[in-house]
Design a protein. Sequence first.
Lengths: 316, 333
Amino acid sequence: MNTSSTVNECHPSLARGLWALTYRELKKWLKDPVMLVMFVLQPLIWMGLLGKSMNIGGLFSANNINLPPQIPIPGNVILYPFGLQGVVLNGTILAQMFADMGPSIMQNTFGVTDYFSFMAVGMVSMIVMTTTMFSGMSIVWDRRLGFLDKVISTPVSRAAIIFAKILNATFRAMFQASVILALAYLLGLQLSSSFTLLNLLGVYAAIFLLGVGLSSIFIAFSIRSTRMERPMQFISLITMPLMFASNTFFPTRLMPDWMQAIANVNPLTYLTDAIRRLTILPMDASALIWDFTYLGLFASSLATTGIVLSWRYLTR
Amino acid sequence: MNEVIKAENLTKVFNKSLVAVDHINFSVREGEIFGFLGPNGAGKTTTINMLITVLKPTEGKAFVLGFDVVKQANEVRKIIGVVPQEYTADEDLTGYENIMLCADLYGIPRDVAKKRALELLELVELTEFKDKRVETYSGGMRRRLELACGLINRPKVLFLDEPTLGLDVQTRAATWEYIRRLKKEYGMTLFMTTHYLEEADALCDRIAIIDHGKIIVTGSPSELKDSLGGDIITIAIKENADVTDIIRGVENVKEVRKENGAYSIKAAKGEATAPLIIEALRRKGFTVTRLSLTEPTLNEVYLEYTGRAVRDMEESKETFIAHRITLRRARGR
């Protein structure tokens, strides 16, 4: 038995450990097609039902604006010229006029003429948020089932243990975002004329930044928990406010001031904005740079905090 | 090196008040199977977790092959193997994938790892199931897979935490067999915890009885039993006479009491002493009609030193759930 060589033969490396642990998580995930389908189904339902049912563009269609064919306006309400006997407006033409104004109102409000495109991109942000938070939480199970203790007892780099979780969460989010975008395209998402496949790289970069930031803080949050309930409750508590106090469903410009203040620091706003600018809106470099700067700062500060905390909490 | 594991005043306090392990001192010699015996909640797993660098001691020191478990944790991790109490193998991966994952964590070169993984699977008789998901494994198979994973880095010291928890009697005996074989083939030192007395008796070269975080007594199973004063021989004779003095004259006999017409004799080396007693009585013309020999079990040892039978302590809810999960999986399929 070559026992003398045992010590020298172990060469734990960050890269290999990181890959092995990330690969394990992804393999677990891919081996569960039911979960995979459900994860995609949920935003698809939101997108399909909410996005398609809230047909805001339809508010302005000609047959939605019910005007009588003849609209008489008596003379006494018209101040000038005096002595006029009153006019009769053609209701059909008037309705048509309003309907013609519709797309421009939509354009000014949402930046695009169909609400579905606007909303579908918001859905991508939502899925990125929930996926990264939930997959970060899987560390609770690892602790509970003893897997984490076993990994800690091996010479694998401590950083690999935490980074593997972050990477796994982020990869999952990226994969799901791709599926949602593809499905949205099939359901009628209208890409802007400046869209190229290169823009997709930008979309992934933005998702990556938010994913890293959110998942590292969630891992730090759940690393000491021995039960699932608390992190779960926390996620359901913050998901809704994060989603609604952002531009996910509606432009922040039309929100009350206090809500705008929240939306303006909500990272989800920046992610959604970045993706919109890269897909459905015309290119605006300066706005994009601002989005990415914010996301970058968010990711680096949260990731640093998260990793420092997780590191400390890993060995009790 | 003679002392493979050494603990000096090793202490762990949880939440500043719960003393799980209380200033324990022990050493494990090279090549032996050393067992920590005690009820649930006695501090066995906490001790093991400090030795395998998962928990930081609150006070005191521990060394594995001379490496400090806190200051040289990474050196310790490279030379130890761990078989945890829970089934930690990933249920969604196959047995082979699980072993390879362990190999990656140790950074064992891939070609070496592949060869060794197959060897280990052969050793624990899982070759046939290596490409099946662990989900489909029975409790005994999972335990064997954990053993194989713990051996992937050819450890010099193997830590086993409750290696047969939740297994049925047959599977338990089979697992003991594997552990014995591993020790023989790899020449390792083994440190194990258990709350099964038979297990400690059957496997361990030396035992430390631990209760409420303290080591009460240390010794080999037979030493511990002998320390109680020997076996109990019960004898009855046909004739109506008092033979107490004759029995007392036999070598190794320590104590004789007459109870309900029979003689209860406390003697060292009961198997050898019983024939001598019969012989001595026969020579004086007495006929032995009945004889029985009871050896003290670890149960009596335990009773003697802790003042009570092995009992189940109250456990925290988490531990209880973890146990339930392990037990449920152990029942298999």
